[in-house]
Write a protein that binds this ligand. Structure first.
Ligand SMILES: NC(=O)c1ccc[n+]([C@@H]2O[C@H](COP(=O)([O-])OP(=O)(O)OC[C@H]3O[C@@H](n4cnc5c(N)ncnc54)[C@H](OP(=O)(O)O)[C@@H]3O)[C@@H](O)[C@H]2O)c1
Length: 396
């Protein structure tokens, strides 16, 4: 991006639950010599976000700009006027694509909070070449899905490299085990149930993205078999998590030399007791089944409304840990990423730090096109998150 832009960063969705937290974080952390904006469809709501930032002592207040998903010109103007668009407007499968396309067309970096595989796969197969040609990095999954896992696996392979004393050049296995306590917002619920209800569309999008990725990154990186097992070292059952996270880690591994030539990744929830794990599997299975039936899906969507989310007291008690076991050539390291409320406080921080790195850090993004957080920002994002209070450490 050579020409100057009016704004360093524009946050779209600042009036929502997660977008509001992200606006608060940016209000405390955007450097005073930058100009930034918040965008949305409701001017009164945008103004009250600005009033809140002012009363919290923010000295670099954002400009409010009008943008609506149903007005393509407003999305295009938003993309053209800024270095990076940060968006929290979901479900992304309904609301995300036109903005991502505008960013790819106008060479504007883009980051979002989606965890919806169909949306990410569509971006890969439809906009990678356009974004790359115009020098834009389109970076999805910049919240709890999937930064702790993407950045955590990158941190683990670099620690393994230190242990080996040379770059990884043989088969490497990394397992990421998630433990967490937290709850979800109305927007997350709406996006998850929507995604569960689109299995055929998901399959088709995955097929097209797979072909695109095979052409772009011939190097193989694979998922470990998806079966639950008891692990003595972790002292718990490891239950494979069918989230977007392993797909993101594997994309980073295919594109980057740090992960070695032959990389395997397994992604698990760590659960202490067998009955608890079986209960969890049954619960997710029930939700997946219900989301296939229109009547039940609509009932589920009514259960939590857009705009609401966990209270500050609940968020203050929430936490997450992702522990990684990385092995190659008979050597092993254990590492861990941890932080506070995964879904919202830490997610807002992770998204804002990704946006600020794309907008402000010299020499970044390292790669353009439709890329993962590690492909775009490598260790720079880890440094930013550590400075912001998230912990990345070697256990053994
Ligand atoms: N993967 C993760 O780790 C993670 C974590 C948290 C959230 N998320 C995702 O982030 C997204 C937002 O979640 P949330 O709980 O913050 O949702 P939310 O509170 O419902 O906020 C939605 C935002 O979208 C805006 N919006 C809706 N329709 C619009 C339109 N036509 N034009 C412009 N703006 C529009 C809303 O504006 P109004 O205020 O005007 O209605 C609001 O600002 C969801 O997709 C969720 O899944 C992901």
């Amino acid at each position: 991006m050579s020409e100057p832009r009016k704004y360093s960063l524009t946050l779209f969705g600042a009036t929502g639950f997660t977008g509001g937290l992200c606006a608060d974080y940016l209000g405390q952390n955007m450097p005073n010599d930058t100009t930034w904006a918040i965008a949305g469809r409701n001017p009164q709501k945008l103004q009250s976000v600005i009033e809140r930032l002012k009363s919290n002592g923010c000295t670099n207040l954002p400009v409010a700009i009008a943008a609506d998903i149903n007005d393509s010109d407003s999305l295009h103007a938003m993309a053209e006027n800024t270095r990076v668009v940060v968006t929290t407007v979901g479900p992304y499968i309904y609301y995300g694509e036109e903005l991502a396309r505008s960013c790819a067309q106008s060479g504007t970096h883009y980051c979002d909070l989606t965890g919806e595989p169909e949306f990410v796969n569509n971006l890969i197969s439809r906009y990678h070449d356009l974004a790359k040609k115009n020098g834009a990095a389109l970076v999805s999954c910049c919240g709890f899905d999937s930064i702790p896992h993407d950045a955590g696996a990158f941190f683990a392979v670099r620690e393994l490299e230190k242990e080996l004393g040379h770059p990884l050049n043989a088969e490497t296995r990394v397992e990421g085990v998630v433990t967490a306590d937290g709850t979800f917002s109305g927007g997350t619920w709406q996006s998850a149930i929507t995604a569960f209800g689109r299995p055929r569309e998901n399959q088709q999008a995955m097929k097209l993205a797979r072909t695109a990725l095979n052409n772009l990154y011939p190097k193989k990186a694979r998922a470990l078999p998806m079966r639950p097992f008891h692990d003595k070292e972790f002292g718990s059952w490891l239950c494979p998590m069918p989230t977007i996270d392993p797909f993101i880690v594997i994309r980073s591994a295919r594109a980057m030399d740090e992960y070695g030539p032959d990389f395997y990744y397994g992604h698990y929830a760590g659960i202490r007791s067998l009955p608890k794990m079986l209960g969890g599997i049954a619960g997710i299975g029930g939700l997946l089944f219900a989301a296939q039936i229109k009547f039940l899906r609509n009932k589920l969507l009514e259960f939590r409304q857009s705009g609401d989310g966990p209270a500050p007291e609940k968020r203050a008690r929430s936490w997450f840990k992702v522990t990684f076991r990385a092995q190659s050539e008979g050597k092993k390291v254990m590492t861990q990423v941890s932080g506070g409320d995964p879904g919202y406080d830490e997610t807002a921080k992770m998204l804002a730090e990704t946006g600020m790195a794309l907008a402000l850090d010299k020499g970044y993004p390292k790669r353009t096109g439709v890329v993962t957080t590690m492909m775009a920002l490598e260790g720079r994002l880890i440094e930013r998150l550590q400075k912001a209070g998230m912990e990345f450490k070697r256990l053994s």
